[in-house]
Design a protein around this ligand. Structure first.
Ligand SMILES: Cc1cc2nc3c(=O)[nH]c(=O)nc-3n(C[C@H](O)[C@H](O)[C@H](O)COP(=O)(O)O)c2cc1C
Length: 353
């Protein structure tokens, strides 16, 4: 199976199957922002703007790393990027391995910069590929391919372990990330893909010189689930059963965020199951600088292209604005200090680290 076929499967499964976590949730439901009956603010004056890695964003939101390498991804990336440009948010492309190997598909990634000349754009490579021989000069080519402002490096040991043809070779990955961070002219963002980054790992990544960490925790898209369905389709029952067993594995996004924020001073991205503007507000109150979402953006883009993506972003912004207003937060700096009560399982996670 080629990388392109795998990417096509991923899009198809993410669009047509329910691959969300099942029993596992992000635990944002345990974060209660305390209502402020006297906000002493005008709703329309609440400021959503922020700065992330030196770039201004009209709201603290990124379209997380997803796709590239196929005809369908060209259309999806084009719709997402033009919406990102207009809305003033950031956008990532999916793993650029296919584009590095086959220059003829580079356009499915570079379309993002073409239609979003001013947006904050980040490239994507895998830490497992670095271990397997992807070089610093390959990573530089990935950055140049899309004139990226930053490069995300995905750290996905669970996904690789339950993927037919995956690369569960992680010895030496941290050293490779360190070498990359020291050699690139753009900042490196270390990210998981939905199983979460712990405080310990966050601290190791900070020490290795990355510029930001995306905790990408559990409770949203399950990559063990996606790979399990792929394995089932390929009639590989053993791999399918392994993926099924680990469907809900991972650190809930809210718990990962609290744990990493305690240990790390770097800018943090919260992703993994973030589905509303209220959850964006909660994540920022727990220490995230910006939030990111993946599968919901894919679904909106496939449904109705740029217009649909823009109206989705607008609804997220309205919810975020109202949550800020109702916590008396006039801007993102205030929101970071908003009063909250943490209950239930999240309180246990927070207490046990
Ligand atoms: C269709 C699709 C493809 C993805 N491909 C990549 C990828 O190539 N590289 C990566 O770092 N993350 C990839 N991800 C993971 C997301 O960036 C994100 O970490 C994860 O899906 C959790 O966010 P969500 O619950 O909002 O989907 C992909 C996600 C989706 C839905």
């Amino acid at each position: 199976m080629t990388i392109e076929e795998r990417k096509r499967d991923h899009l198809d499964i993410c669009l047509h199957e329910n691959v969300n976590a099942r029993a596992r949730t992000t635990l944002f439901e345990c974060v209660n922002l305390v209502h402020t009956a006297l906000p002493e603010l005008d709703l329309e004056r609440v400021e959503l703007e922020t700065t992330f890695l030196g770039h201004r964003l009209k709201l603290p939101l990124l379209i997380d790393s997803m796709t590239g390498g196929t005809q369908m991804s060209l259309e999806i990336n084009s719709a997402l990027a033009s919406a990102a440009e207009e809305a003033g948010i950031g956008i990532g492309v999916g793993s650029q391995r296919a584009g590095l190997r086959r220059p003829e598909v580079a356009e499915t990634y570079s379309v993002v910069r073409k239609v979003a000349p001013n947006a904050f754009i980040f490239g994507n490579i895998g830490a497992a590929q670095l271990v397997k021989g992807l070089t610093v000069s390959d990573a530089k080519r990935a950055v140049e391919m899309i004139s990226a402002d930053a490069l995300a490096v995905h750290i996905n040991p669970l996904q690789e372990a339950v993927q037919v043809g995956g690369d569960p070779l992680w010895k030496g990955a941290l050293e490779k990330i360190k070498e990359l961070a020291a050699s690139l002219s753009v900042p490196v963002i270390a990210k998981e893909v939905g199983a979460g980054i712990s405080g310990d790992v966050g601290a190791m990544l900070e020490e290795a010189g990355v510029a930001a960490v995306n905790v990408s925790g559990a409770g949203g898209t399950s990559w063990s689930g996606v790979e399990s369905i792929r394995a089932l389709r390929a009639r590989n029952e053993k791999v399918a059963a392994l993926g099924e067993a680990f469907w809900d594995w991972g650190i809930p996004t809210a718990a990962a965020l609290i744990d990493v924020r305690r240990r790390v001073k770097l800018p943090l991205v919260a992703s993994g199951g973030i589905r509303s503007g209220i959850e964006i507000a909660k994540a920022i109150s727990l220490g995230a600088d910006v939030c990111a979402m993946a599968r919901p953006f894919l679904i909106e883009a496939a449904k109705g292209g740029k217009a649909q993506v823009l109206s989705f972003i607008e609804s997220l912004a309205s919810q975020l604005r109202l949550a800020m207003f109702l916590t008396g937060s006039g801007n993102i700096t205030d929101l970071k200090k908003a009063r909250k009560v943490i209950t239930g399982e999240l309180a246990q996670w927070a207490g046990s680290s």
